[in-house]
Ligand binder design. Sequence first.
Ligand SMILES: NC(=O)c1ccc[n+]([C@@H]2O[C@H](COP(=O)([O-])OP(=O)(O)OC[C@H]3O[C@@H](n4cnc5c(N)ncnc54)[C@H](OP(=O)(O)O)[C@@H]3O)[C@@H](O)[C@H]2O)c1
Length: 316
Amino acid sequence: MTEKKTIAVVGATGAQGGGLVRAILGDPNGGFAVRALTRDVGSEKARELAKLGAEVVAADVDDEASLERAFRGAHGAFCVTFFWAHFSPEKEAAEAAAMAKAARRAAVPHVIWSTLEDTRQWVPLGDDRMPTLMGNYKVPHFDSKGESNKLFTAEGVPTTFLLTSFYWDNFIHFGMGPKKGPDGKLAITLPMGDKKLPGIAAEDIGRCAYGIFRKGSEYVGKTLGIAGEHLTGAQMAAAFSKALGQPVRYNEVPPEAYRKFGFPGAEDLGNMFQFKRDFEDYFCGVRRLDVSRSLNPALQAFDAWLAKNKSRIPLD
Ligand SMILES: NC(=O)c1ccc[n+]([C@@H]2O[C@H](COP(=O)([O-])OP(=O)(O)OC[C@H]3O[C@@H](n4cnc5c(N)ncnc54)[C@H](OP(=O)(O)O)[C@@H]3O)[C@@H](O)[C@H]2O)c1
């Protein structure tokens, strides 16, 4: 029997990493084993992963030495950062740097870096179609990831740059689900005009990452975008209406209004949606559905995701 290749997974108790852990454990004959990284090996989620068959080890993305220990001997590493835990693009870049350095020191043969675009390549800081945020960014949680790509390259780490998409799970956890307006009717609010938003079930990001590892070195050194479907606000509202059995409207607002909603991160997300709206051809084009499905044949479309998850969406 050949030895299994171990994949070290950052964020293993979370959305993206969790999907990868479950994909590996769900394919016991696939030739891969999983090492789940967590800050707390005693947490309920960590113990759950151990029970399912994962090797669970302690590591923190703010502690490079802990990452190096956790990456050692692994065939692959899935690297993701946690912008919304601290809202700091500089901290996010430092975490990416720690992972890149740890991967180089541990000589990991294949890293998947969960990244996004540095939007400043499309909308330079001097372009006032959207405000500059935090002094140096247009979409802070995108720009710091995109800017960090070069850290993996500079360390000489064999890397696949994985461009992820908007999680449909945001309709459950991120307060973006349908809400009742003054007329008592449900609506989803997005500043996307009539443009398409690439979306994905968060679980499918990990499953696509597993597909990348299964393909060996094919995607090393490559940038790859994934999505489950590209849908307009109106199309998502129609899918909600069908799934929930009551009308859901698309409440289209301008990005300027969205930026002023006042919740933490509203300006960042307002700029993000504007970027996706204004550069729809590029943004959808790079997130190919056929490629995503070739990596993950179980890739869910929005209707299928909604059918499975509609009872988890809070409706006020
Ligand atoms: N929401 C979206 O639509 C979307 C779309 C694309 C990309 N993203 C990006 O996805 C990233 C977050 O990924 P996710 O959604 O998979 O995260 P998540 O579900 O929030 O998972 C967070 C997990 O990461 C671990 N973690 C947090 N801080 C850590 C640290 N300092 N060191 C080690 N582990 C740490 C935690 O595990 P322990 O507590 O067990 O340590 C936690 O379970 C963000 O940067 C975001 O910008 C989000």
